[in-house]
Design a protein around this ligand. Sequence first.
Ligand code: HEC
Length: 145
Amino acid sequence: MVIIGATAAAVALAHGDVTPQAVDTHELPSLGEPWKAENPFRANEIAVRIGSSAFNQNCARCHGLEAISGGIAPDLRRLDNDCAVMKDAKRAACVAENDQYFLTTVRGGRSRNGAVYMPPFEGTLNQEAMWAIKAYLETRREKPL
Ligand code: HEC
């Protein structure tokens, strides 16, 4: 797997584990299949705790500790920023749309022209772990909703 840029590699080393880490989600209700349309664990404190640890093990080396990006990868505290100016049903639809964008990105990763910018996590993280990470990121929003 090719990861772009010497800086990204250096940060990966600086933050330790480069191999994706499995996440223990047994404390959360099992979601089964299919994939949910939006985050079932919003504001779930157990999910936030598990998501925080899962984020630090799997995402922080590129997206920054506590989701504060050092500039190598997008700052995920801004993920729902565009929803903050909206209200009620519009806001809910905006957040749901971002949930799908999040899930698609995390499941499939990001590649362009044969280079992997972000590895796919499907097969390493289960659905519960991915939503737990989103629940954690929702506590780190730059513009709280
Ligand atoms: C090897 C570095 C790396 C790792 C590890 C990584 N990402 Fe990423 N991620 C990136 C890069 C780089 C991009 C921007 C990709 C692009 O330009 O297409 C990105 C994009 C994203 C986006 C889209 C952000 C946006 O504003 O468009 C999300 C969401 C995301 N990552 C979530 C995660 C989560 C959650 C994890 C951990 C499970 C993770 N990433 C692990 C490098 C990484």
